[in-house]
Write a protein that binds this ligand. Sequence first.
Ligand code: SF4
Ligand code: SF4
Length: 91
Amino acid sequence: MRKVEFTVEPVPCSTMPLKYDDSLCIGCNRCASVCQCDILLPFGKRGEHPIVMYPGECYYCGACVMVCPNPGAITLQHPLMNRAKFVPVKK
Ligand code: SF4
Ligand code: SF4
């Protein structure tokens, strides 16, 4: 049987929505399975965390973080606008 090898290049993006901790991630790929936007692509090697293919498409739903069996293996890095708290102007 002929072996076919695929290579991928993550799409460049100014935002980094996800951060992986290699010391905690077991490479189970649950985060990749649950993402409804298919942003994550399972890594070819067993035990490695998925590749963040389309970081600009993430809408910060948090499903990937919630499904992870090892807390801290994957964390969301919300952009500044998501962290801001708007308050009414006092007159
Ligand atoms: S936060 Fe939601 S959209 Fe973003 S990578 Fe995780 S599951 Fe996908
Ligand atoms: S769900 Fe958690 S442990 Fe599994 S691959 Fe994703 S970050 Fe790693």
